[in-house]
Write a protein that binds this ligand. Sequence first.
Ligand code: NAD
Length: 496
Amino acid sequence: MTSTLESEFLLPEVKTWLSQPRKLLIAGRWLEAVDGKFLTIIDPCTGAQLATVAAANLADVNLAVAAARRALEGTWGGTTPAERGRLLWKLADLIDENADFLRQLESLDTGKPVMETYVFDLPIASDHFRYFAGWATKLTGESIPTSLPGEALAYTRREPVGVVGAITPWNFPLAIAAWKLAPALACGNTVILKPSELTPLSALKLGELILEAGFPQGVVNILPGLGLEAGNALVEHNDVDKISFTGSTRVGREILAKSGGNFKRVTLELGGKSPNIILPDADLDVAIDGSLSAIFFNQGEACVAGSRLFVPKHLRSEIVTALKSRAESIVQGFGLDPTSQMGPMVSSLHQDRVMGFVERGNQHAELITGGSRNTDLPGFYVNPTIFLGKDDLEIAREEIFGPVLTVLEFDGIEDLTHRANSSQYGLGAGIWTSDVRQGIRLAHALKAGSVWINGYGMLDAALPWGGFKSSGIGREMGSAALATYTELKTVWVNLL
Ligand code: NAD
């Protein structure tokens, strides 16, 4: 199951939980898949089997969609906004109470350093449920004056979209599940959550907490399964009203094409190749540390990873030297080890994919550091890798989704905006400068859903999150998410 080193840190209750085959949550009950199939979950730090989880298929999706529809038209549809808010708040409290358990599951399943779950995954999850608990009672419409002859009262209402299929990736399984479930439930929808087949464990634990919080049966159903089976069944299902997807641009494009049967509402949070720009007047020490964390946080398996680092030509040598020495001091290790600063790739397949980019990059760009698998450890590790490259190389254009940084030099900032924007993606961007006015001007010119000045990658339940161009459609988080989980209805009352 887990390695000796992992066993040292593993909580006994987590060990027991992992030893039981995990099931699907449908209509408030834990069920085996109709066809009895299982997914084998692998520990990326060791390559060993971590758990077995029921694998949903079309038949299970049909059951879950029917349960979600019944809940929507039954108890949940009649729940007051205050009651929905109370349940969401209770769930946030339960997440906090079970934080150590969830932290370990998340770290074991993804390989990420457990220390990162303290600052990101866990607080993000409970913050979202608390933030959207507050919105449940504030989903107001408007009363709007009309101009037709006669007298009328006309107003709008926000109503739930209906049954939501939420499909999530493997890099931040708990946080992303939370940022979909919280607004969907606050707005009165019911949900079928399909976590990634690689990392379904924290979503299943969350399912236990959802039942404990007291959500009526069928309001949240959790169906781990393959994308082409469970995911596709949700996307093509005519009784699913909305798909909220986070994942690759390739799959997002397929989902958009396939979900038109019943004109589902679709929101997509997709990939990125985000520019991170160090301007000549930046505090270099801060900018270099920030840029390393922009690319290496979560092993580079982050949609907003600052994977294209633009540096001034005259400072290139100084910046590259510092990047190299600091990258070489990053400690890779088992996720549960509190001294680990970087974990492995999520799977052996993904490790091969990342190494493919690295090997092709090596033929055309100057390798500064890394460029290899870390074979000192048993899992799927890739050493932090930095290239000095050019804009047209694959490593500067394609999303690698691993610990690979491409440094690009610039000479004067005139064509910098154009170069930074020359990407099919538009998810995030970073700017490091001591001239905030210059930073703001550049932030407004960059085509990205989030731009950070003198920082990188922060997100907050209250702030909209999403991408320009091929990085997605729609926004999650903040009040912006409410529009995507509600339908706006206009009601006319003739007063004559
Ligand atoms: P992926 O697209 O392979 O899979 C994402 C989810 O979609 C998984 O649950 C998978 O099972 C499912 N899926 C796969 N094929 C499907 C299909 N044909 N129909 C329906 N569902 C299908 O992505 P991944 O490899 O899990 O995650 C990495 C990607 O996610 C990266 O591109 C990354 O940038 C993106 N991402 C984006 C954000 C964001 O907020 N924009 C956040 C995290 C990750």
